[in-house]
Design a protein around this ligand. Structure first.
Ligand SMILES: [Zn+2]
Length: 69
């Protein structure tokens, strides 16, 4: 089982549910027991898919705001 969560830098990450912590590419280490889990997935492929969707949503919202009339 994998969990999907968000780093304080805004990046979405996933990790094995059994892992204690996960280091983001930004360098910050997130303790999984303290992270807010956004989603759970059966395998790494599904977890990666969720992360990609969450990232797209974030970018989409930003794009929508700045691309106003
Ligand atoms: Zn980060």
């Amino acid at each position: 089982m994998f969990v999907v969560f968000r780093c304080s830098c805004g990046r979405h990450l996933y990790s094995l549910k059994d892992a204690k912590s996960r280091t983001c590419p930004c360098g910050k280490r997130t303790i999984l027991s303290k992270a807010r889990v956004l989603a759970q997935a059966e395998d790494a492929y599904a977890a990666g898919d969720i992360v990609r969707k969450l990232q797209l949503e974030g970018h989409g919202m930003t794009g929508f705001k700045s691309a106003g009339p």
